[in-house]
Design a binder for this molecule. Structure first.
Ligand code: F6R
Length: 612
């Protein structure tokens, strides 16, 4: 949610900043801006994507070795040139980029207007830069001190970078609630919302903590202070990220690349955590807090969006395999309730980005109530990963497409490993079933590959239903959350309205919508409820709905009724989501492409939702 990049050093800043913004564009893409300091402070801003800004700045003065840029996902004020960042102080001396929301901006703005400030934009960010300017002028403070004092007056979330025309050898940054990472090069520094823009220059980084301010300068100095003025020693971490993981390679989109990566990412998630041949599974995060986890009264899973769907699958897994009582909560709801949580509970946060503001806030709440906090996260070093008591990375690698695909299957793989580990440790699954599940799990990557080979058949079905205005996804048991996920994928990238339902719930309402124009995608791979799902399919057929069924190889019965079938290999029921979601991802992808939609950057969305 908004991408920030900054550079100070000996190289030209503009190309570094622009390239960085393109890498961060998945965080927001409604407008972009850049500021380059070279005697003058040149600021260029444009509604639209980074490529529009590049075009706009083509003939402008962009040379200079200190600069910063921003790609925006609008919160306050519509996406246009004026509301784009950087925002500047009234005299144009300070420029600031911001990711987050200043909640008390209205009262600050009112006070500043009273003393003569005027504002051009509708943003909370412009208010913040005016406030810093005001504080600086009143007490003639250096820029870093003015930023610090101003931030003590601010309520909200922010990652900011500030430059001062009168202080041309430094950049100041601060964070609270929104991420910021500093890259350390040879006589140069980089700053960014995540490590993506930095890794082609350096693998040495410092993650700024909440309520910290960093100052970097040309002489190679990095200083970090807290907002209440305590000096901190920077903790330098070494990344191990390869550039090609951030590029599309031979694929037309990141989304398709990430769908195709799943055989590998699922295998990577299992690597070192299990061996079917040797009959063991071990999830390090569980081992680290074993007693509290094994004796937990219940698990509470907090997540948003696709991660929440993975959480719903985990509810089935933990209950069935480990007999642990589970509640799955939207983090945005949990954080504002007064939930009954105590030290006997384990809160599992699921998050690809590890930065989702609502999930972070729900964790804070649970932490204050003394629950054990467990993170299942993809982005290494992210805020959630750093605040948990224990946890596991899913090792899916960078997910750049805004619609989550490989992170979902990574989360489900990890949660399955956890459930099998706990089930066996608690004696709630017999050894024979335990070994069978491990064996099946190890075969999942190959089975996913087999489903990916059906791409052209899935594309053909997409062609048949691409003009629909509504779609219904049905599933039961483990496949009910997959139905929700299939519907979410379709709506977010193709803008077709879609709903996911437990198949049996259809007759309690949604059946009223079914006619010959309504595609109904039914996941019918459950052995345990096959007959019941077959009846649901009959009910749809009787109302002339167009049925697309996901069935197991060799299916006989549903094949006779469905208009189109996609066969997937058989696996044990707890593992079916890892297979049944793949054709749904591909179906959404093809429909979106056929409707001429941008699958990697769907409208109004952003990858990492760091605001409420
Ligand atoms: C959907 C999608 C979102 C995210 C949600 C949570 O494809 O990507 O629904 O799943 O915003 O994000 P994380 O997992 O980063 O907390």
């Amino acid at each position: 949610m908004c991408g920030i990049v900054a550079y100070i050093g000996k190289k030209e800043a503009f190309p570094i900043v622009m390239k960085g913004l393109q890498r961060l564009e998945y965080r927001g893409y409604d407008s972009a801006g850049v500021a380059i300091l070279n005697g003058d402070l040149n600021v260029y801003k444009k509604k639209g994507k980074v490529k529009d800004l590049l075009q706009f700045a083509k003939d402008k003065k962009v040379n200079g070795s200190l600069g910063m840029g921003h790609t925006r996902w609008a919160t306050h004020g519509k996406p246009n040139d004026v509301n784009a960042h950087p925002q500047q102080s009234g005299d144009g001396r300070l420029a600031l980029i911001h990711n987050g929301i200043i909640e008390n901006y209205a009262s600050i703005k009112e006070a500043l207007i009273k003393i003569g400030h005027t504002f051009e934009s509708e943003t909370d960010t412009e208010v913040l830069v005016h406030l810093i300017d005001e504080v600086q002028r009143q007490d003639n403070l250096p820029i870093e001190e003015a930023v610090r004092v101003a931030l003590t007056k601010v309520i909200g979330a922010y990652a900011i970078v500030v430059i001062d025309k009168k202080d041309p050898n430094k950049i100041v940054a601060a964070r609270k609630g929104s991420p910021l990472v500093i890259g350390l090069g040879e006589d140069e520094f980089f700053m960014a919302s995540d490590a993506t823009p930095l890794i082609e220059y350096t693998q040495k980084v410092v993650y700024l903590n909440d309520e910290e301010i960093a100052v970097v300068n040309r002489s190679g100095d990095l200083q970090i202070k807290t907002i209440d003025n305590k000096i901190q020693s920077p903790f330098i971490e070494e990344l191990n990220l390869k550039l090609e993981r951030f590029e599309k390679g031979d694929f037309d989109s990141f989304m398709l690349k990430e769908i195709y990566e799943q055989p590998k990412t699922i295998a990577d998630c299992m690597r070192g955590r299990m061996s079917a041949a040797e009959g063991w599974v071990k999830v390090g995060g569980i081992e680290a807090s074993y007693e509290r986890i094994i004796n937990a009264r219940r698990f509470i899973i907090a997540a948003c969006g696709t991660s929440w769907h993975a959480g719903l699958i985990a509810e089935y897994l933990f209950e069935e395999l480990a007999r642990i009582s589970v509640e799955v909560e939207y983090a945005s709801e949990l954080r504002y309730r007064n939930p009954i949580i105590d030290e006997n509970d384990v809160i599992i946060a699921l998050s690809q980005s590890g930065e989702t503001a609502d999930t972070l806030a729900a964790l804070e709440l649970a932490k204050n109530k003394k629950a054990l906090i467990y993170g299942v996260v993809n982005v290494v070093g992210s805020s959630i990963a750093r605040m948990t008591d224990s946890g596991s990375y899913i090792h899916a690698g960078p997910e750049i497409g805004v619609a989550s695909t490989k992170a979902f299957t990574g989360q489900v793989t990890l949660l399955t490993l956890m459930a099998i580990h706990l089930g066996y440790a608690k004696g709630t699954i017999p050894r024979s079933y335990y070994l069978q599940l491990l064996d099946e799990l190890e075969n999942i990557p190959k089975k996913v590959e087999k489903i990916l080979e059906k791409n052209s058949h899935i594309k053909y079905i997409a062609q048949e239903i691409k003009d629909a205005t509504n779609a219904l996804y049905l599933g039961r048991g483990y496949n009910f959350p997959v139905a929700l996920e299939g519907a979410l994928k379709l709506k977010e990238i193709s803008y077709i309205h879609a709903e996911g339902y437990p198949a049996a719930e259809m007759k309690h309402g949604p059946i009223a919508l079914i006619d010959e124009n309504m595609p109904v995608i039914v996941i019918a791979t459950n052995k345990s409820a096959y007959e019941k799902i077959a009846s649901n399919v009959q009910e749809v057929k009787a109302r002339k709905g167009k049925i697309i069924a996901i069935v197991n190889e060799g299916d006989q019965e549903i094949r006779k009724i469905a208009d189109y079938c996609i066969e997937i290999p058989y696996t044990d029921e707890p593992l079916t989501p890892l297979l049944s979601v793949i054709p749904l991802q591909l179906l959404s992808y093809h429909i979106a492409i056929m409707r001429d939609c941008n699958v990697d950057q769907p409208r109004n969305l952003a990858k990492s939702v760091t605001v409420e």
